[in-house]
Every structure is written in structure tokens, then in C-alpha cells.
Design a protein around this ligand. Structure first.
Ligand SMILES: C[S@@+](CC[C@H](N)C(=O)[O-])C[C@H]1O[C@@H](n2cnc3c(N)ncnc32)[C@H](O)[C@@H]1O
Length: 315
């Protein structure tokens, strides 16, 4: 029977009430702020992302001079699809599906029957609609409002988590949002379901020292979590089976994006103007330094749904 055992079978109800009291509904990036970053223009992103239009850190083959951004992105998608045990599955959800590269890969290479995507970007949803993927269904909807008719076999979410909270939130509010997110994923997954998550986090740095430029001018109403906050958000809801930091891979990805943008600078200026191109160049350059120095990290989590949460009073 499909139901939220974490809430119905354990003593977590108190926590759910607390989460609702905290009004976690609008604590993440607003649709307006998403538009500012993602709806700059699909043509612009196509100039510097790889041909799959994947907008998250790729996984590179170490010491392989022939590796390319596109191969590294496909390797990353396959990694997450395998970690989520999604091959051959009936229904898979991608939370924050971007321009649909994971959905496409799930259907075309991994024999998934139906791939569902959520995004807050209208430009991305329109792009996916143009891909002609009858087995893909995309909703312009926040995970907070999602309510599937049937459970999913697996869930994947690549670098959407950073949009679920913003800088000014208190620790309590932040953890409440993260626990709500993991509780929803738990509720939507079949028993023993798996989830693969990729998230940029603070590394050897503190939130109060984070870049105002990045979190106000480039990605407004966005914030990284710390590793500890993700663990606190998921504990007793999901079992963490594997965690690995791929920060160097993100440095390579950001450098590849930057060099492609620079190579296409004139075309970029034509499409979106000099100010936007310069802002993205500065963002990609600054971010590559942060991942190089360990100021930021890139974590991949393999998570397994806990089907029988303990019914103790400590929740
Ligand atoms: C950095 S992009 C990553 C896209 C994609 N996962 C990829 O790897 O190419 C972040 C994505 O998260 C989506 N997003 C942000 N907040 C969201 C929310 N509350 N619910 C669903 N999607 C959200 C954005 O619309 C965007 O598609």
C-alpha cells in the first residue's frame, strides 16, 4: 500500500506539525528568481553547456586527455541512474529536471517506461516539450506542490537542492525544509526505493562569508547547505548508503563551461547583452576557484528509503 510510513507509522507527526507551523512553503527560490537565472534564454545556455544541455557538475575520467564535457555529463547521468537503481524501472522522478537530459537518458538508454520531471523554469519546460519524448512528463511545479497519482520506483535530483532555502533562513527553518523534502521523497517512493542526489555545499567556508555576488546577482534567493545539514535533514527518513565529494570534477566542469562561453562571447552578447555575459563569466570563474580551493564541495549521495522508521519518542 502506497503511503507515507514515516509520518503515519512513526511518531514523527509532531515534527510534521512543527514543519507546517514554520510555514516552509515559500522558503526557497521564488519563480521570479528562477526566471532571472534560468530564463535568460535557451539559446544562450546552448552556447556553453554541452549538447545534452546538462547544467550540473559532470564526472570526469581522471588522466584521460580525450575526455570531453559531453562524455563527462553522460557518465554523470549514468552514474546517478545506476545509483538510484532506475534501469528498467516503470516510473522515475527527476526533481529539478533542467532541460531534460536525465529524463531523455532514462528513456532512451535505460529502458525506463515513464520519466517525470519537475522544474520551476518555463523556458526549460518548453524546451523539454520540444524534444518529442512521449514517455516524459514535465510539470512546471515545485516539489512542495507535487502529488503523484502512483509511487515512483526511483528519484534523482541533481543540483536543485540549493534552491530549496535561501541565505536569510534560520537553522531551524532550513532543517525543517530539508526534512520536509526528504519526507515527501519518502512518501513518493515505493518501499525500498532508492534516490540519488547531487548537491553543491559549503566546504571549508562559512555561510556568513558566502559570496553576495553569487547569491544575490547570479542566483538570487538560493543557498548552499552544509554536509551536516543534509545529513540532519535526511536522518531516520533515508539511509545514506554512499557519499562522495566530487569537487574537483566541478572545477573541471566550470572551467569547460567558461572556456566555451568565452569562445562564443560575441554570439552571447548578441543574444543577451554584454552585462549578462560578463556576469556569467565572473560567476563561472569565481565558482571554479571555490571548488578548486575546497571552499565549496560537490556531494553525491546514494540514499535508500527507510521503510520501518523507529517508533520511539525521539522520532
Ligand atoms: C542547476 S539546475 C539543474 C538542472 C538539471 N538537474 C541538470 O542537472 O541539468 C536546477 C533545477 O532545479 C529546478 N528547481 C529549483 N527549485 C525547484 C523546486 N522548488 N521544485 C522543482 N524544481 C526546482 C530549476 O528549475 C532547475 O531546473
Amino acid at each position: 500500500m502506497y503511503r507515507c510510513s514515516i509520518l503515519e507509522e512513526s511518531s514523527c507527526q509532531k515534527e510534521e506539525i512543527a514543519m507546517n507551523t514554520l510555514k516552509t512553503q515559500n522558503l526557497g527560490t521564488s519563480a521570479e528568481a528562477i526566471k532571472h537565472h534560468y530564463d535568460v534564454g535557451n539559446d544562450f545556455y546552448q552556447l556553453w553547456l554541452d549538447s545534452t544541455n546538462t547544467y550540473s557538475g559532470a564526472l570526469w575520467e581522471e588522466n584521460d586527455a580525450n575526455d570531453t564535457l559531453e562524455l563527462a555529463q553522460l557518465r554523470k547521468l549514468d552514474f546517478h541512474i545506476n545509483q538510484a537503481r532506475a534501469k528498467g524501472a516503470k516510473r522515475v522522478l527527476d526533481i529539478g529536471c533542467g532541460w531534460g537530459s536525465t529524463l531523455k537518458r532514462l528513456i532512451e538508454v535505460h529502458d525506463v517506461e515513464q520519466a517525470f520531471g519537475l522544474t520551476l523554469s518555463k523556458a526549460q519546460a518548453e524546451w523539454i516539450a520540444s524534444l518529442n519524448l512521449p514517455q516524459a512528463e514535465v510539470k512546471l511545479e515545485s516539489w512542495q506542490d507535487h502529488s503523484p497519482v502512483e509511487p515512483y520506483d526511483a528519484i534523482i535530483s541533481l543540483e536543485a537542492f540549493e534552491h530549496f532555502t535561501k541565505l536569510e533562513l534560520s537553522h531551524k527553518e532550513r532543517i525543517a525544509v530539508y526534512r520536509k523534502f526528504f519526507s515527501h521523497c519518502h512518501q513518493w517512493l515505493k518501499p525500498s526505493g532508492w534516490m540519488s542526489l547531487q548537491v553543491s555545499t559549503y566546504g571549508n567556508s562559512r555561510r556568513e562569508d558566502s559570496s553576495q555576488f553569487v547569491f544575490t546577482e547570479v542566483l538570487p534567493e538560493t543557498d548552499f547547505p552544509t554536509l551536516a545539514e543534509i545529513i540532519e535533514g535526511s536522518e531516520r527518513i533515508f539511509e545514506i548508503v554512499a557519499i562522495r565529494n566530487y569537487r574537483q570534477d566541478y572545477e573541471y566542469t566550470l572551467k569547460a563551461w567558461l572556456s566555451r562561453l568565452k569562445a562564443n562571447r560575441a554570439a552571447g552578447i548578441e543574444l543577451v547583452g554584454k552585462e549578462v555575459v560578463s556576469r556569467f563569466e565572473k560567476y563561472l570563474s569565481l565558482s571554479s576557484i571555490c571548488f578548486h580551493q575546497g571552499i565549496s564541495n560537490l556531494f553525491c549521495f546514494t540514499l535508500r528509503r527507510i521503510d520501518n522508521p523507529r517508533k520511539d519518542s525521539s522520532c
